[in-house]
Ligand binder design. Structure first.
Ligand code: THU
Length: 136
C-alpha cells in the first residue's frame, strides 16, 4: 500500500500532463483504490472555461469508468506554472464528487512540497448533500 508521501509524489508526476493554457495553474491528483490501484488525473482546461475539468475529477472519472468504486485516499498537488510551494485544496465540485464515492475513512492528502496535511470529506464538506438524502 502506498504511503501519503508516495501518493503525493505520483500526483506531482501527474502535473506534467496538465493542460492549462488559460490559468497556467497546474494540478495533479493520485487516487488510491482499496485494491491498491492508483489512478492519476490532471486538470484539463477549455477555451469555453466552464468545460474545464479539475485533476481530482479526472482521476475519479477514470477510476469509476474502469469499474472502481472503493477508494482509500487521494493526493492533490498544484500551483502556478506547476510549482508546488503551497497547498492546493480541492474545489467544491470535486469535494461533492468525493462525497459521492467516499466515506469518513477516505483520506484527502495535500502536499506543499514540504509538509503533508490530511483531511476527511467531513472536514472539507460538512453538512453535505449525498445519496442518503435521496434514498431515505
Ligand atoms: N483546479 C483543479 O484541477 N482542482 C481543484 O480542485 C481546483 C482548481 C484547476 C482548474 C483550473 O484548470 C485551474 O485549477 C485554475 O482554477
Amino acid at each position: 500500500m502506498k504511503s501519503d508521501r508516495e501518493l503525493a509524489d505520483i500526483a506531482i508526476e501527474a502535473i506534467k500532463n496538465s493542460y492549462s493554457p488559460y490559468s497556467d495553474f497546474k494540478v495533479g491528483a493520485a487516487l488510491l483504490c482499496r485494491d491498491g490501484t492508483v489512478f492519476t488525473g490532471c486538470n484539463i482546461e477549455n477555451a469555453a472555461f466552464s468545460s474545464t475539468v479539475c485533476a481530482e475529477r479526472t482521476a475519479f472519472f477514470k477510476a469509476v469508468s474502469d469499474g472502481k468504486r472503493e477508494f482509500s485516499a487521494i493526493a492533490v498537488v498544484g500551483g502556478k506554472n506547476g510549482t508546488v510551494d503551497g497547498f492546493c485544496p480541492p474545489c467544491g465540485v470535486c469535494r461533492q464528487v468525493m462525497n459521492e464515492f467516499c466515506g469518513e475513512d477516505f483520506k484527502i492528502i495535500l502536499f506543499n512540497g514540504k509538509d503533508i496535511k490530511g483531511f476527511t470529506i467531513g472536514d472539507l464538506l460538512p453538512e453535505s448533500f449525498g445519496a442518503k438524502k435521496l434514498c431515505e
